[in-house]
Ligand binder design. Structure first.
Ligand SMILES: Nc1ncnc2c1ncn2[C@@H]1O[C@H](COP(=O)(O)OP(=O)(O)OP(=O)(O)O)[C@@H](O)[C@H]1O
Ligand SMILES: [Mg+2]
Length: 233
């Protein structure tokens, strides 16, 4: 059984159909990559799964629980977590405070950010008292991922975490995501436009075009020859 199961999901903004009947399954321990050109509905899909946007139709099931009508907070409690596009770090809160904010969505009532989580990101331990707004883009991205992990999710959604990030930090993020999938058996859904990165760290992929899935498969079979037509500008 899939950890995350999305069936026939559709999202509209007024008359604009942003997500159009998407099926997506994400397995524990695997990285499922969502690709597609700008404006094809990737963010809308992530925000609909998270419950930040109301679906027009379709279902979202996590670990066997139907969350289709649950609000975002309930989905967080049930084990879904989103690293939003653009990171959305609180610039005037410290790193420690940015992390602590997410504790309210833990289902076990834990009131302290676990040490082993901060250990995944050595740079954050060093900067715990620094303002979020004073971190570099790459450090903020690591903070955004750490904050998403504070809720102890089963399903981790990441919306373009490599956007505007230096290559060496992209590599760090890639190895952390691989570790999280393997060691914590997270089901990771990674929205990503950086093809090489998907090829290196992904397990499964799907490609959106105008809100619909136009290709899907195993990342081992991924090549520009077979999917380039859906990606190139
Ligand atoms: N709040 C909104 N109101 C109206 N239309 C929207 C809204 N947000 C997105 N859209 C439209 O929905 C479609 C999908 O947008 P979305 O942001 O989900 O795409 P995306 O694949 O994440 O793009 P990008 O690669 O640029 O991040 C686009 O046509 C966009 O203009
Ligand atoms: Mg987007």
């Amino acid at each position: 059984m899939s950890m995350l199961d999305v069936r026939s999901l559709s999202t509209r903004y007024g008359a604009v159909v942003a997500v159009d009947g998407v099926d997506l399954s994400a397995q524990a321990g695997r990285i499922t990559c969502v690709m597609g050109r700008n404006g094809t509905g990737k963010t809308s899909l992530m925000r609909t799964i998270m419950g930040q946007i109301k679906a027009h139709a379709g279902t979202v099931t996590v670990d066997g629980h139907d969350l289709s009508t649950a609000p975002a907070h309930a989905r967080a409690m049930a084990g879904v977590s989103l690293v939003p596009q653009g990171r959305e770090i609180f610039p005037k809160l410290t790193v420690a405070e940015n992390l602590a904010v997410a504790l309210s969505a833990r289902s076990d009532g834990l009131r302290k950010v676990p040490d082993d989580l901060i250990d995944l990101f050595p740079i954050l331990r060093q900067f715990l008292k620094r303002m979020g707004g004073d971190l570099s883009g790459g450090q903020q991205q690591q903070l955004a991922i750490a904050r998403a992990l504070v809720t102890n999710p089963k399903v981790l959604l990441l919306d373009e975490p490599t956007e505007g990030i230096q290559p060496n930090i992209i590599e760090d993020i890639g190895s952390i995501l691989r570790r999280l999938a393997k060691e914590r058996q997270l089901a990771i859904v990674l929205v990503e436009q950086y093809f090489d990165f998907v090829q290196r760290i992904g397990d499964d992929f799907l490609i959106l075009d105008r809100g619909r899935v136009v290709a899907r498969g195993n990342c081992a079979d991924l090549s520009m020859d077979n999917v380039g037509k859906h990606l190139s500008v």
